[in-house]
Design a protein around this ligand. Structure first.
Ligand SMILES: CC(C)(COP(=O)(O)OP(=O)(O)OC[C@H]1O[C@@H](n2cnc3c(N)ncnc32)[C@H](O)[C@@H]1OP(=O)(O)O)[C@@H](O)C(=O)NCCC(=O)NCCSC(=O)CC(=O)O
Length: 493
């Protein structure tokens, strides 16, 4: 879907940590851990936050909103110094590390757009290429990678949008949202205080020594990445390059994105349907210990609908991934405000036919997810990280359709109020770069979940009908019939 460029550049600058502080005048380096290295070649985390403000005149934007956003970003970076620096891997170093040098900062692009803010921030299908204009590009060369880039887009008399790209080897979803909340918090405070301060839970813990690595998994993961890179890109590819590797399909020309919501009531009904499906699958066994959480129900239901919509054939395998936050799961635990990556991948490899089974597919997948989550309690995180080194042959990608999920149902992503209200919409746009959905708690805070999907337009139309009809269905089957598109738009919009 081709899109004309609706934006006009206003400013390109660098925002450095607040200069009056002695901390920002000192060079600092931060080692990266095995948790970070796992994500070294992954595409950046990209998100868009839309803020509706119909009274946003050029004067208000340029004299109040933009200066306040910039100043608070500078104040925030003082606490989050790794984000102002770069990932680097000089030839003398055995591992990449983050280096902050005075004068470094986050690249900030300010643009104006005459696009329809209402449509962009609405819950309708949108061409994936339309969002490209609002996402900043992260500068990455073979030897140096920026940690973060920010774009602020001004929509005259409609609102503004904040686009963020963060290097995944520097921060995970939790750290990313902590940074955005800290920035929003300081920006809000600037309305009243000249010297705003952060509450303790928003001050990041930058101590990398809290992650123990007695067997140097970090080096093993670097070797694994070099092998993967050679397999994908040929033996003459530079194994020390910091550039990301192609992961899934990057071709977004025919793709659309959309957000869907499951209400608390939808989730309750789906949970009942899963329980009845489980009773059919396991007539005589006790299933009491299974915890059918909001995450499990949402992920299972969305994947079943996607598999049906994409017409996956029964004899295929599916490889399902999700991240588990390890901050509280490590022994000893690291603090909730630990900054960096502290997540580990959990995986399920299964036959598509078990998931596509009409009466029991949803229950089957929900149970598989529960079992993997339960196993997390029994295995040490470090042992699991060691196990994952066996993924080195990339075999999964050759034999199975892979699916992943970005975000979390507990991130409070809509809590990012910079002083002009909560976002009208938040999108994790990077899901278009991998075969992934996004998940966040719904913005009304009523226990529902928002799900972001990227599919081709025909697949999305099909997904939309399967998703909506499946919720209306009284049985444990998810309806496969296709309803007409106008009915869908009503349900969805
Ligand atoms: C492994 C999990 C997904 C499993 O989630 P579950 O919800 O099924 O299970 P759980 O044991 O965590 O929680 C069980 C129940 O307790 C509740 N619960 C647990 N901990 C809680 C807490 N601290 N505060 C409030 N509620 C809590 C849950 O909401 C759930 O409730 P109820 O039963 O009501 O639902 C999760 O534990 C987890 O680690 N989530 C974080 C994932 C993450 O960090 N993602 C970001 C990846 S990086 C990324 O996304 C960036 C990118 O790649 O783009």
């Amino acid at each position: 879907m081709a899109s004309t460029n609706p934006i006009k550049a206003l400013e390109v600058c660098k925002v450095s940590p607040y200069l009056e502080s002695p901390d920002s005048a000192t060079e600092s380096s931060f080692p990266i851990t095995f948790f970070d290295i796992i994500w070294l070649r992954f595409h950046p985390i990209e998100q868009l936050f839309f803020y509706e403000l119909t009274e946003l005149t050029p004067a208000l934007f340029h004299s109040v909103v933009l200066p306040r956003l910039k100043h608070s970003l500078s104040l925030t970076l003082l606490h989050f110094l790794p984000l102002a620096g770069n990932l680097t891997w000089p030839s003398h170093a055995s591992k990449p590390f983050i280096l902050y040098t005075p004068g470094d900062g986050v690249a900030l692009t300010v643009v104006e757009s005459d696009a329809d803010f209402h449509r962009l921030s609405g819950y309708h299908f949108q061409g994936v290429e339309e969002s490209v204009h609002y996402i900043p590009e992260l500068s990455v060369t073979d030897s140096v990678a920026s940690a973060m880039a920010v774009q602020i887009t001004y929509f005259p008399n409609q609102g503004f949008c904040i686009g963020v790209s963060g290097h995944h080897a520097i921060l995970d979803g939790n750290s990313n949202i902590m940074f955005l909340k800290a920035w929003a918090h300081l920006c809000r405070q600037l309305e009243e205080y000249e010297h705003p301060s952060l509450s303790p839970e928003l001050i990041p813990c930058l101590d990398r020594t809290l992650v123990h690595d007695p067997e140097d998994l970090a080096s093993s993961y670097l070797n694994l990445l070099a092998i993967m890179k050679q397999k994908l890109m040929g033996t003459d590819s530079n194994p020390r390059s910091l550039k990301s590797m192609p992961f899934g399909s990057n071709d977004s020309t025919d793709k659309v994105r959309a957000l869907f919501t499951l209400s608390r009531e939808d989730i309750r009904k789906l949970r009942e349907r899963v329980i009845s499906g489980l009773e059919k699958l396991h007539k005589n066994s006790s299933l009491e210990s299974l915890h059918l959480s909001t995450f499990v129900i949402t992920y299972a239901y969305t994947l079943v609908c996607i598999l049906r919509a994409t017409g996956l054939i029964n004899d295929k395998k599916v490889f399902i991934l999700f991240a588990a936050d390890c901050r509280a799961r490590l022994e000893p635990a690291v603090p909730a405000n630990y900054f960096g990556n502290c997540v580990i991948g959990c995986e399920i490899m299964t036959e598509a036919k078990s998931v596509l089974e009409e009466n029991t597919g949803l229950a089957f997948l929900a149970k598989e997810l529960c079992m993997v989550i339960m196993r997390l309690q029994k295995t040490s995180v470090y042992e699991k990280a060691k196990e994952q080194l066996s993924w080195s042959d990339l075999g999964h990608h050759e034999v199975a359709e892979g699916f992943g999920v970005a975000g979390s149902t507990r991130s409070d992503i809509y809590g990012t109020d910079f002083g002009w209200g909560r976002p009208k919409k938040v999108e994790v746009t990077s899901i278009s770069k991998a075969r992934a959905i996004s998940m966040a708690e719904s913005k009304d805070g009523n226990g529902g979940v928002e799900i972001g999907c990227v599919l081709t337009k025909p697949q999305m139309e099909s997904f939309c009908s399967i998703f909506a009809c499946g919720l209306e269905s009284q049985t444990d089957d998810i309806v496969k019939t296709r309803v007409n598109t106008s009915a869908l738009e009503k349900t969805h919009g």
